[in-house]
Structure formats: C-alpha cells, structure tokens
Design a binder for this molecule. Structure first.
Ligand code: NAD
Length: 486
C-alpha cells in the first residue's frame, strides 16, 4: 500500500477570498472506524458567511469575464493539482468518513476527471442559432453566469460530489461558496488549500458549519443567487423554502431508493457480480444504491441465495488500515443507530424476515452488518424511506405491470435497474420506470458526459454533462433592431 505523510489537520482551515479563515473549534470530528476524535471544525457565523459571499461577489466580474478558454485552463490546473494530492486526499477521506482507502483514492481520480470534463464543457455551450426570427430584427442568445452559487455537499462521496457541484458552476463563470457537511469537511479544506494556488482569490470560498446553522444562513443569504445542494430530500425542501424569499435558482440532487427489477430470464451470474457494489458499495451510503429488489416468484429463492452469499462474503472492517476490507463503517454512530432502528422496526412491527445480517458488530466503530430482508410489504417504512445503509429488501411481483407499479411506488425517482435478456421488455420497462437513470443489466455506473438527477422528490436539475453547465447559466435574448431584411 502506498502511503504518504499524514496531513497536518490543525493546518486545515476554511478559505475566504483566498485567505485562510479560522474562527474556532466548535464541532468535534470523529473517526467512524474507531470512535476517536480527529480534530475540530468551526461553525462559520453570520460575519464569516457575509465575508465569504462578499469575496465571491467581488471575484465574479473577473471570473465571469474570462473567455471560456481561460476558465478552462484554470479548471485543468485545478484537476492537475487535485490529482497530485490523490494520496493525501484519499487518506483524509478514508479516515474522515470510514471508507476503504482504495475506494477513497479511486474517488479522487474520478473527481479529477470531472474537473477536466467541465473544463472542456465550459467551451461548448449551446443555444438557438442567431437569426432573423422577425423582419428587421436579429436575435442572438447569450448564456451568462447566474452569479454567486452556494454549494452544499453531502458526506457520502465528499470529493466526488464536490466536483459535480463546483465543476459546472465554475465552468459557467459563477463564483462559489462551498459548505461541506460536518461529517466530511476535511477534504474540502484540503481542496481549499489547493484552490488557493490555482484559482483567483474569491472564486472558490470554503466555509464549514452545521446544515441548519451555517448552511441555512448561506442558503437564505441575499447575496447568493443560486443554491446547489446534494443531500437528503427533507433538506432539499428546507433549502427550497430558504431560497424562495429571494427567488434564487435551486439545483437539488436528493435522496433515492433505487428499485432493481429482476425478470425470469435475467443473467443471475452477472447480477451476482454487480449487486456486491450496487448494494454494499460505500456501506450502502449511495443515493443510487440498490435497495429494493423485485423478482418473480419463480426466481425469488435464487435471488435470495445470491444476495445472501454476497452479503456474507463481504469483509467488514477498518478499510483505512486493512486493504482486504470491502466495507467500512457507516459515517457515524448516530447514523448506524438509525439504520439499526429501521431494521428492528421492520422485523418487529412489519413482520420482515432477516435473510442475513441485521446485527451490530461488537466494535467501537460505527459498523453495521450487510443485511438482506424479505417478507416486507410495499407500504412498509423500510421499503418507502431511504435508509442510506447496507440493507436491501427483496419482494416479489406477479408480472411486468406489477413490477413497474411497485418499483415506481415511492416518492423518490433517482435511479433504477432492470434485469432481462429480452430487449423488447428492457426498452418498455426502462421507459416506464420513473427515474433519472435506468440501467439495463447493470446498476451503478455514471459518466461525466451523461446527465444525472432525479424525478419526483429526488431532485430538481441535472448534475454532470453539458446540461449541468447550462443549468448554471441565465439565458438572455438580445434583439437587435436594424430596419433591414435580407
Ligand atoms: P444532508 O441533507 O443532511 O446534508 C447535505 C448538505 O446540506 C450538508 O452540507 C448539510 O450540512 C447541509 N444542510 C443540512 N440541512 C440544511 C439546512 N436546513 N439548510 C441548509 N443546508 C443544510 O445530507 P447528507 O446526510 O450529508 O447526505 C446524504 C443524503 O444525500 C442522502 O439522502 C442521499 O441520498 C443524498 N445524496 C443525493 C445524491 C444525488 O446525486 N441525488 C448524491 C449523494 C447523496
């Protein structure tokens, strides 16, 4: 295993206007694999938030006024500097949120790729052709940045999803105030240090603090023009309300409860290879995680066998120290207790059957066993509500229509997968599933070039792809009257 000199945590600070900012240590950062305190983080108060928003506002004309080519070269330099810090970034993230080191490092490579993609996308925006849509009037369309973007990020892929948030905002010429979650702020503070050397001061500001405190004040701030959140559905609703007073643009990537529809003709060998990651990657703390499996009666036992074998083969432990570990702890003891409470409730009150797991390992860390449940009803809380943990339920369907109806019968609509060798069925079912991403005989991969986002209460707007960049712009129609027709 390649290791590096550990980052000096006491030297990591928020960044405002290109300068380090350190008001105090208000929150403890706990390492989930050990329960030990790593460091402290400041709660940024109103004065700090005002300073960050003002710095972003001051930097706006210069950054927005750069030709796309020059913004792209800054983003490419950010990608290079970020990639050069992969080892430190990976170690910091693995310790901060408990994910296996190899996974954390892989996430850094993926984030660098996103900065490179958005650098290129900055130069390729689209709109209607300039032309004479009325006699004597030439119309052209300008795409202008929206202004100051508040970016609120989650803890499950801290650096991966930060690149999805700030990449398109910066590419389109906006400036950013980034507020990461308390559970995973350390890599964002290292990113701030990297950005200090490669971006003009104030283009990216990073502040820390709680969601309902610093996050809410930032989202409501009159100097912020757009709020871009990746987080839970209830947080999305709160942010929408906070943004309403000033009618800010909102971009919301929210919770999910992805269904997996397995037909009789599915390739279960491939299914077995894919579900390991689809269900248990990142300890199930993935908005696209396969959480509800629907299978025909005829294949139910086969699918249960596959899931049981996969769950019981998972090596659970401290993936920062042990490269053999497949799955680390969940992000915090509080979150682990929430997951355990949901599973206990499903077994006690709804009559769910435990196929495997449903236990809390004896450890000071926030571990939860990979868990497979069956015997659940569609209306049960465990089927309807996002758990964000290593837990999957298995239910049966009576036919294609019933499969689609049950898959769609939740408030979320982020991702889904369908498993069949029948192309007609794959096309028909993927068209009917209410989700922003539908995989056929796969579950999980995303691509920088393809849009990612939710139907229903899974969100508003799209991350990734040129669509994300364009959603961080205002469209302006400039109509030039000239009295000539030709
Ligand atoms: P969260 O909603 O608790 O927090 C997300 C961010 O919002 C954090 O920075 C937090 O501090 C901030 N926040 C919380 N309350 C706020 C408020 N009232 N006002 C302003 N800001 C506030 O989410 P989390 O627990 O960090 O992440 C897990 C959630 O994120 C899950 O629901 C998951 O599905 C979702 N998620 C969605 C996607 C997606 O692309 N759709 C991707 C990853 C995670």
């Amino acid at each position: 295993m390649t290791t590096t000199t550990p980052v000096d945590l006491s030297a990591l600070t928020p960044l405002i206007g290109g300068e380090p900012y350190r008001p105090g240590d208000d929150h403890d950062v706990i390492e989930p694999a050990t329960g030990n305190r790593l460091t402290g983080l400041p709660e940024t108060d109103r004065a700090g938030i005002d300073a960050a928003v003002s710095a972003a506002r001051r930097a706006l004309p210069g950054w927005a006024g750069l030709p796309p080519r020059d913004r792209a070269s800054h983003l490419l330099r950010l990608a290079d500097a970020f990639e050069a810090a992969t080892l430190e970034m990976g170690e910091l993230e693995a310790r901060d949120v408990g994910k296996p080191l190899a996974d954390a490092r892989a996430e850094m490579g993926s984030a660098a790729d996103k900065y490179r993609f958005f650098a290129g996308a900055a130069r390729t925006m689209t709109a209607a052709a300039t032309g004479e849509y009325k006699p004597g009037l030439t119309s052209l369309v300008r795409r202008e940045p929206i202004g100051v973007v508040a970016a609120l990020t989650p803890w499950n892929y801290p650096m991966g999803l930060t690149s999805w948030k700030i990449g398109p905002a910066l590419a389109a010429g906006n400036t950013v105030v980034l507020k990461p979650p308390l559970e995973a702020s350390l890599t964002s503070l290292l990113l701030a240090r990297i950005a200090q050397d490669v971006l003009p001061p104030g283009v990216l500001n990073v502040i820390t603090g709680s969601g309902p405190g610093t996050g809410a004040t930032l989202a409501a701030h009159p100097g912020v023009d757009m709020v871009s959140l990746t987080g839970g559905t209830e947080t999305g609703k709160a942010v929408m309300r906070l943004a309403a007073d000033c009618m800010k643009r909102v971009h919301l990537e929210l919770g999910g409860k992805a269904p997996v529809v397995v037909f009789d003709d599915a390739d279960l060998e491939k299914f077995a290879r894919v579900v390991k990651g689809a269900v248990f990657r990142n300890s199930g703390q993935d908005c696209t995680a396969a959480t509800r499996v629907y299978v025909s009666e005829a294949r139910r036992d086969d699918v249960l066998d596959v899931l049981r074998d996969v769950a019981e083969s998972m090596v659970v432990g401290n993936g920062f120290l042990d490269p053999q570990v497949d799955m680390g702890p969940v992000v915090s003891h509080r979150h682990r207790d929430r997951i355990a409470g949901f599973v206990e409730g499903a077994v006690r009150s709804s009559g769910a059957t435990v196929v495997t797991g449903a236990t809390v390992p004896d450890s000071p860390g926030a571990f939860y066993a990979p868990t497979v449940l069956t015997g659940v009803q569609q209306g049960d809380e465990i089927v309807q509500t996002e758990l964000f943990g290593p837990v999957v339920t298995v239910s049966t369907f009576s036919g294609e229509d019933d499969a689609v109806a049950q898959a769609n019968d939740v408030r979320y609509g982020l991702a889904a997968s369908v498993w069949t060798r029948d192309i007609d069925r794959a096309m028909a079912v993927s068209a009917q599933l209410q989700a922003g991403t539908v995989w056929v005989n796969e579950h999980g991969p995303t691509a920088a070039e393809m849009p990612f986002g939710g139907y229903k209460q899974s969100g508003v707007g799209r991350d990734l792809s040129i669509h994300a960049v364009e959603q961080h712009t205002n469209l302006k129609h400039v109509a030039i009257g000239h009295g000539r027709s030709w």
